[in-house]
Design a binder for this molecule. Structure first.
Ligand code: GLC
Length: 438
């Protein structure tokens, strides 16, 4: 109570904007997606995946490469049909070496170096005697040429590797495989991670029609039954992180100005794990500046990205009476002993506002898509979601569910939200199977 009274009015009014109106945003989102579908100017890219939903009978052994921006993951997956699969091998490597020996995501690294690194890891994992069709989950906005060719439109999530934007990504991979003498692996499909998540869920659930990532990045795809110009069914990668018709706070503007690409990926910068810690830190720094929180011992509270989404999760996970974990985290991070329980409550409340807004915005987008697909909600739908924020941030999944239930009213029992882990791996294997006609 004490701490609440101390928030200056200027900051309080910014925090009020965090309580976004879900139905209002849902309507704006639907309008924007329909503009994008009709080929009009829209902040949603609405990119065709060239894939329909799987039949569920796809079978065989496939290699899946998952490239999302933080790690590369390789999976050998065996699809058994009727929605069943087995992961036979799995390995992962960071794209940025924690000891700074390499960073394939920086301006200094080239696309060739990046794909050579990937090809070398593939060579280590596969058995030389076998042949592998490869499904590639490449989680960035791409103009798909066909199921196996996609041109990177622009990097997102602060990745900067030189010489990849504007290139056809699977050719870069195929050339690197050739340079590294890997002759038994053939790229067969390239998909977005949201598409992978939807394919993985739809493999065993014919009602799955929306796939989403709420992790480091944020994006949504859905199954469009009547895609223009010919009206055929196709999965569309919306690049929902680009949605821009949103009420911004001064913290959002401040954050955006300091990013690699200001003015782009507005929704992603409000929803995704890559940015949730930074929004929280900006508010805390403002409260310190305004004298509503005590000065921190370290200037680090003013250092961009010194708070991460994992830290926000730690703030939210503390349900103890004296919020001892909040105090510990602040001491670790900022050399800061937050004196009173009231200040600790204030910190937790800020984290809850930031995470809660993210969940409500994601829910609003889902509600907008459902209104487009099924205006009076007559059918059952499954939304498949993967990603660390959805899976691990305390209260997040509940926040999405509650906001959707509020938006759908009495129709919410028709909706299932499924945490779909391994979507990018299994989904890529399914895409490769469809492409190979298996
Ligand atoms: C970013 C990418 C998008 C991807 C998402 C989740 O928004 O632009 O393609 O799906 O991150 O990884």
């Amino acid at each position: 109570m004490l701490a609440e009274a101390k928030i200056p009015e200027r900051i309080q009014s910014e925090l009020e904007i965090f309580a976004v109106n879900v139905l209002d945003i849902a309507a704006r989102f639907r309008q924007e997606m329909e503009k994008g579908l009709a080929g009009q100017n829209s902040s949603l890219k609405m990119l065709s995946s060239f894939l329909d939903r799987p039949s569920g009978n796809e079978q065989g052994t496939f290699l899946a490469l998952d490239f999302g921006g933080s790690n590369i993951r390789l999976i050998e997956a065996e699809l058994a049909g009727r929605g069943r699969y087995r992961i036979r091998k799995r390995q992962s490597w960071p794209l940025r070496d924690p000891a700074n020996a390499y960073d394939f995501t920086s301006h200094a690294a080239s696309g060739e170096e990046l794909f050579d690194f990937i090809a070398r890891q593939i060579a280590r994992m596969v058995s030389p005697a076998a042949e592998y069709p490869l499904g590639h989950t490449f989680s960035f906005p791409c103009r798909q040429v066909n199921v196996n060719q996609a041109v990177l439109l622009t990097w997102t999530k602060e990745i900067k590797t030189a010489g990849v934007e504007g290139q056809e990504v699977n050719s870069l991979l195929a050339k690197a495989l050739e340079r590294n003498h890997v002759r038994n692996v053939t790229p067969a499909a390239i998909i977005n991670d949201t598409v992978g998540t939807l394919l993985a869920a739809a493999y065993g659930d014919s009602r799955a029609d929306i796939g989403a990532i709420c992790g480091t990045g944020h994006n949504i795809c859905y199954h469009e039954p009547h895609s223009p110009p010919k009206g055929q069914p196709v999965i569309i990668n919306m690049e929902a992180g680009g949605f821009a018709n949103l009420p911004l706070t001064r913290y959002d503007r401040q954050l955006d100005m300091a990013t690699e690409k200001p003015g782009s990926q507005i929704m992603e910068k409000m929803v995704a794990g890559r940015y949730l810690g930074e929004i929280t830190r900006l508010i805390i720094a403002d409260l310190v500046d305004a004298g509503a929180l005590p000065p921190a011992a370290f200037a680090r509270v003013f250092t961009p990205y010194s708070l991460t989404a994992e830290d926000v999760s730690r703030l939210l996970a503390d349900n103890s009476g004296d919020l001892a974990e909040v105090e510990k985290l602040m001491a670790e991070k900022f050399g800061w002993k937050v004196p009173g329980v009231a200040e600790r409550q204030l910190l937790k409340k800020i984290a809850a506002a930031v995470a809660g807004r993210s969940a409500r915005l994601a829910a609003a987008a889902f509600a907008g898509i459902l209104q487009h697909l099924d205006p009076v909600l007559e059918r059952k739908h499954t939304i498949a979601i993967d990603g660390s924020v959805y899976e691990k941030m305390p209260g997040y999944a509940d926040g999405v569910r509650q906001a959707l239930a509020g938006a759908l009213g009495g129709k919410s029992p028709l909706l299932t939200i499924a945490l779909t882990k391994d979507g990018s791996g299994v989904g890529a294997a399914i895409a490769a199977a469809i492409a190979c006609g298996r």
